[in-house]
Design a protein around this ligand. Structure first.
Ligand SMILES: O=C(O)CCC(=O)C(=O)O
Ligand code: NI
Length: 259
């Protein structure tokens, strides 16, 4: 059953996230080339960055019509794919950890990494494996996107997988309000750039792999920060038109425009 677009948008605006939305079926998730690509453990802990620029299957996933239907519902019709990354957490027995450091993701807001104004970032977590409490489910704080950008500092506990190694200090996070976003393979969660979220370590014996894709409306523009210059080499217009041209359209040749 399709959830009504307006209902989706208003849920997203109220809570700052959506979860357990079905976008891909089993066959689409099990394509041989995806499995091969994701089979190299040492590369996939937090990696395969922006491979939608090199691999048609990844670009097809990031611009899948079912996914874009959800994204345009929350961001409006003109959407840029900004960045993509695989996050795979293997069980600690599969991948030896340095000095017993267990990978986790600290409480953070995605907007802190991007620094945009003029429109919000939406981050999609597309599950390649079922995700539950045991293997480290995404946790969000509903409504936390209404607080604005919070202070971030260097994380205190080693193992934070965020490239910036930042975290929001504990006293600013109402952990008791956190909600889990369990997913079946092929489902997505979507969270706003201001929504507080985190991810515990994978305590199961199995791989937990997700494709994390960030989208922005074409109205968004990067705020210049001399201390943290940012480039967007993988931005691709995936839906609608871009009359603002704040980002280059780096669409790879194999991208089949359907809009
Ligand atoms: O899955 C994770 O470990 C973290 C994901 C995350 O921070 C995000 O999707 O923005
Ligand atoms: Ni995040």
């Amino acid at each position: 059953m399709k959830t009504d677009t307006n209902q989706m948008k208003s849920l997203y605006e109220d809570n700052g996230y959506l979860s357990a939305i079905h976008v891909l079926d089993q066959t689409e998730m099990e394509q041989e080339h995806q499995k091969t690509e994701l089979n190299c453990k040492e590369y996939t802990q937090y990696n395969l960055h922006n491979i939608h620029m090199e691999h048609e299957w990844a670009m097809n996933l990031a611009s899948h019509p079912n996914l874009l239907q959800e994204i345009t519902a929350v961001l409006g019709p003109n959407v840029i794919l900004l960045d993509s990354r695989f996050i795979c957490k293997y069980s600690s027995s599969d991948v030896p950890q340095k000095e017993d450091i267990v990978p986790y993701v600290a409480w953070h807001q995605d907007i802190k990494s991007w620094g945009f104004e003029g429109g919000s970032v939406a981050s999609v977590w597309l599950a390649f494996d079922d995700v539950d409490t045991e293997n480290g489910v995404l946790q969000v704080i509903p409504g936390s996107h209404k607080q604005g950008v919070l202070e971030h500092r260097i994380a205190k506990i080693p193992g934070n997988m965020l490239p910036s190694n930042l975290e929001i200090p504990k006293h600013l996070v109402n952990v008791e309000d956190a909600v889990e976003c369990p997913l079946k393979a092929g489902q997505v969660s979507v969270h706003d750039g201001l929504t507080l979220h985190a991810n515990e370590p994978n305590m199961s014996d199995d791989r937990k792999c997700g494709f994390v894709i960030c989208y922005i409306p074409t109205t968004a523009y990067p705020v210049k920060d001399a201390e943290c210059p940012r480039t967007f080499p993988a931005s691709v217009l995936v839906d609608g038109t871009d009359k603002f041209q704040n980002f280059q359209n780096n669409a790879p040749k194999f991208f089949k425009k359907t809009f």
